[in-house]
Design a protein around this ligand. Sequence first.
Ligand SMILES: [Zn+2]
Length: 144
Amino acid sequence: MVEFLILCKKCMTVVALDSFCSSCGARLWSDARLEVKAQGVTKEFIPNGSYDIVKLGRLSLDEVLDLMARIPQEYHPTKEDWCPVHLLIGPVPGRGGNGFTISYIGDGLFYFFDEKDYVPQMHLIRREVEMILKDLYISSQGET
Ligand SMILES: [Zn+2]
């Protein structure tokens, strides 16, 4: 599993990336909010296979993690033309206006696409996507 480290700006200790600093207890990211849109779901975030874009507004990290947890693990589009559940996040400040996309591809696996380097990461488990999201939210801290 990918393990991220971060410098706590309060106590200047390098700690594992988590909600709070393991050394001093400070919260490791602000309440940064990023623009989030979704595809493949209704406004209530129920999978429907639609390509229509649903605007979810500016969401905090906790809210995005909550959405990811609400994607039914057993969900799998059955028709070829059905749109999987997508979260389109960004632009992210400090990343040249680029955003990123998370798609649920079924069987508990996600696809992650970064508009900045165009390198897709396939077959990520939810925990790996959560770590990437935390890293991105931390990198946008203080810039939103
Ligand atoms: Zn600290």
